[in-house]
Design a protein around this ligand. Sequence first.
Ligand code: AMP
Ligand code: ZN
Length: 665
Amino acid sequence: MTIQEKINSLKEELNTHNYNYYVLDNATISDFDFDKKLKELEKLEKENPDFFDANSPTQRVGGIVTKNFETVTHKNRMYSLDNSYSKDDLLDWEKRIQKMLGTSEIEYTCELKYDGASINLTYENGKFVKAVTRGDGFQGDDVTNNVKTIRSIPLNLNTDFLSDFEMRGEIILPLEGFQKMNQERFENGEEEYRNPRNTASGSLKLQDSAEVAKRPLDCLLYQVVASEKKHNSHFESLQNARKAGFKVPQTMQLAKSIEEVFEFVNLWDVKRHELPYETDGVVIKVNNLQQQEELGYTSKSPRWAIAYKFKAEQVATILNEITYQVGRTGAITPVANLEPVQLAGTTVKRASLHNADQIEKLDIRVGDTVFVEKGGEIIPKIITVDFSKRPQNSIPTIYATNCPECNTPLIRTEGDAKHYCPNEFGCAPQITGRIQHFISRKAMNIEGLGAETVDLLRKEGLIENYADLYDLKVEQIIPLERMAEKSAQNMIEGIVKSKEIPFEKVLFALGIRFVGETVAKKLAKHFKSIDNLMTASFDELINVDEIGDRIAQSIIDFSADLGNIHLMNRLKQYGLQLEVSEKQQGNQSNKLEGQIFVVSGVFYQMSRDELKNAIENNGGKVSSSISKKTNFIIAGDNMGPSKLEKAQELGIEIISEEQFIDLIS
Ligand code: AMP
Ligand code: ZN
């Protein structure tokens, strides 16, 4: 086998596994073996840059940073849909189109209305080339690099489908993935996302495609746009698209009459709650493509399609009590405790009230009858209060003034929606939560120690804070409930091993409010040590890229606290990494500060990722598209001619790989 054959066969194999897993939902290889093959392909591609392929499965991990998304005009306009809310509306629509077509013989395709962000995918020669958001329907944003990371979107087609065409669909965030993301945000002390739709569309606009790659996005397709007239019906075109590798949901169905459309609507109005993603209605389309053409478009939407919107399910119930939860960072969340009631297939007992403003806005009181809805949000929300049913003796809600756990007066800083309990070191859920966060996988990753054990150690009075972990002895642990000698030893070993965890993770582990994983990385890179960070002024802090007032103030507060200063000194004594190690620092500088680079073409001495890392490690920035702001283009072999032209037009300096290496060495 030649190298090219080897590369091709690996690509094909990985594409097939991707397709089986992400489109058919049927795994045909273990994660481990998949990664092994992917690494193998990565290595071969790196060693043989001639075979660079923008659509290789290795290109799905992202890593391209886009500061400004380019505006692109749609080749074919992306229309809206007319809405209908009742069966009568649908009958009216049927009458209108029957009259226009001069026949009552109309077949329909019924699809669910997927609730996410619309996307237009362009394919040329059966290969994915571009992804653009709907925007205003005429123009959208080029989000190609981000969309490429969505594994269910085929980059090369399986079968002979069409050569040049557009595929339209909806980028969605399935419920399970959404919940997982929120769980993580909760654990990081970050505000949770409100609903999957906004989170999906927000994800498309993230600057770093590697971040997008980590999000469990999916893409459901619903329309083929092609000048080639290969298909006679919409249904047929989508079925063939599915064969070619696109994820066209199996829920799509043909209806021979409007009565069959009603059946579909009735079925999914109930069954939609079992779907792994959200839907807010059904889209009904005239199936015959010739009839579609005859019907054409209004100024806003196709005449051949209509959306039917489900009513959001609401029920009335009684608010029994408002309680307050204390998170790891001290953030307070008010919770409505409701008289249990059935809604959309589940029993609802609680609803989040978000914050004090929300309570005030609703003017909600204990004893009130309230309407609860399951809409875009996973956690049911309270829509309104039925004031006509308010008990005579009802008392206006006064927001908690003291922490429910430690009774400390709550505080709320300006611009913050939430109240906080400031008693960081004396409030039980904060103390335990902070230690649990400290040991968690993304932080210190301490093996042999779990959240429950932290609880136990706290109750037994063995630890008060995360520094105390490093004083623990095997003999202290063995007598504890369900602790054998072996597990005690494992735990201590895990704790000792965590002293090697790099500074950026330690910084994240400290649990400073608003300092999540990404912020911790930025801060570590900029300040290089905990001492530098803790002595930085507010101005120095906000001068760091992406560090705003809120984060800066939180770091200032953290650093001013004597308890924290004492803790940091102890951690230092135990030997934790509280500064960037020399090894990490070795290849870093600020030589490229303020310079924006575009990398294009195929390289020999370094991989694209290595180039990009080298730019960032030396203080420069990487952008995916050329603009007036670009300072340098690093050009490899086969640099795109349009890029070259644009660079020359704007007078941007073009340098070779060797020149770049000189620049940083
Ligand atoms: P609207 O935004 O209310 O005008 O609805 C139109 C949008 O519905 C389109 O831009 C699509 O993004 C979205 N949509 C979701 N599912 C479908 C579907 N099955 N067929 C057509 N459009 C859909
Ligand atoms: Zn408290």
